[in-house]
Design a protein around this ligand. Sequence first.
Ligand code: URP
Ligand code: ZN
Length: 455
Amino acid sequence: MVIIQGGTLVCPDGLRRGDVALEADKVVRIASSIEPAEGDEVYDARGCWVFPGFIDAHTHMQCWTGIDWTADSFETGTRAAACGGTTTIVDYATADRGVTMPDALDEWHKRADGTCTANYAFHMALSEWNERSRADLAIMRERGVCSFKSYFAYDHLRLDDAETLELLESLKPLGGTLCVHCENGTLVDALQKRVYESGIHGPEGHPLSRPDVCEAEAVSRLLYLAHLAGDARVNVVHLSTKLGLEAIRAAKARGQKNIFVETCPQYLLLDDTCFLRDGQDGLEGLEFVMSPPPRKPADRAALREALVNGEIDTIATDHCSFNIHGQKDRGRDDFRKVPNGGAGVEHRPALIATSFADELGPTDLCRLMSENPAKVFGMWPAKGRLAEGADADICVWDPSVSWTISAATQHQNVDHTPYEGFEATGRARLTFVNGVLAACDGEPTGAQPGRYVSR
Ligand code: URP
Ligand code: ZN
């Protein structure tokens, strides 16, 4: 058995001091004191918070994005995740046009199986809608996929409104959740052209071409479509604006049910001045070209307040990493050619724990980064809960460690981090995945205990 002694346990009914015993891949006992037997592995967690492992429900590992491949494979991405305390990712398998969902799922399994340090589940993203896709939804459910994604942006991915409505209606009897990328794509295309032709070619053109109304209009449209589909279950991914938040509030005020909201560290910590950073080689601004872009300080403030008020269900990363050199720099003279996406799977718990130290305690961190992702995405009660019988995915978090986030020491497979120089307080001391020690003090142990999570 593995025995974790003397920590502050972050349990569903509150905090308590005690010991936790893991056997094989389950939590088998929680008590104020557990006497180790001969041969047990014992870990001292005094001064630490013991969480059910963190879950990052929005990643893009080893994925073709229409311009380039993301830099992190499942191997490097889940290793980095575990170093930061994340024990499960939910990655977006994507059925590009002409590819069926079962084939896409097979392909994502081929990329991930046998290589992962953290556990992995898959959402299925659709880029077209036809009779075949309708039938394939049920096959996806049988193969452990209960959440799907569609886009209102990106020419090669987006569905139109009628298709989105039919998708929502088809998911309802299956109990599926639709995650939606809410940006008005035709408007973005037109504004990109307008901004570029006005002479703005650098990364600062990116946020100018995707203003807050592009998000708010799409959020509002999605919520009306979901309502038309009988209050179908929807998850607004990577919410970034005050206007988008207001559209969600309006739908909730109308009484609409089954709306879930995700945001990401980049919208809680950064703002659009980042696009004007030069860095050493004049390329730093490219790091932040992600969609949606980091917004105005007022948007950030509104989202932070909503997070603290309990209006946001989950914090994920939208980890979609590209190198500056050799990938993002191809768009140095045309922001439209920069692969969209940022890195973050390793640093989310430290960023949020540090940045919200005065507002969110361990129970809140657990709710936003473990419990709610497990509940929204069909993994509760096995995951997201520190309790006897739950999966032995555990993060022992030392809230007293001070350290600096840097590309030089990270495990994400990219040449930068958007949070270079961030002074973090708190770090994962021990990360157990399925009962196996996967990372210790931010470094991987080399074990690859990650498994597919069928939901
Ligand atoms: O810029 C981003 N976020 N790229 C990844 C694809 C998406 O929009 O989620
Ligand atoms: Zn994404």
